[in-house]
Design a protein around this ligand. Structure first.
Ligand code: 5GP
Ligand code: ZN
Length: 119
């Protein structure tokens, strides 16, 4: 049985706070936000992770990334933003329907340690 929480969100069976929707993609607020405005973008077609995406689907997702980032920027006024995407449990994937995180950052005050720059 196909039992995917993000497919249920797309179908409206589970409520979500929508940020953006078009024919191919859906974006909504993360239920456990790492920072204010933490948002996820997903393909409407169920694809487990980056290995399963077609180039066309990847393009559909990434082509709306600037729009979503700008909506978050104008709404929450962050100082920066991380786009993050996990594939496989060892990489931190916990929902196995492809999603990219948009994580607004608020200077050093957001308490989030999410950087590869140790300086
Ligand atoms: P991952 O760890 O797979 O990269 O990220 C999964 C994300 O999905 C987590 O940040 C988690 O908070 C979010 N999430 C899990 N279940 C739900 C849900 O039912 N609704 C929403 N809006 N977000 C969810
Ligand atoms: Zn799904």
């Amino acid at each position: 049985m196909h039992d995917c929480i993000f497919c249920k969100i797309i179908d409206g069976d589970i409520p979500s706070a929508k940020i953006y929707e078009d024919e191919h993609v859906y974006a909504f607020m993360d239920i456990m936000p790492l920072t204010k405005g933490h948002t996820l973008i997903i393909p409407k077609n169920h694809k487990e992770n980056v290995y399963d995406l077609s180039s066309e689907e990847a393009g559909q997702l990434f082509s709306v990334a600037p729009k979503i980032a700008n909506v978050l920027k104008e709404t929450f006024h962050p100082a920066g933003m991380n786009l993050l995407q996990n594939n496989g449990a060892p990489a931190g994937q916990s929902v196995f329907h492809f999603h990219m995180h948009f994580i607004p950052r608020y200077d050093q005050t957001d308490g989030l340690k999410l950087t590869w720059n140790t300086k």
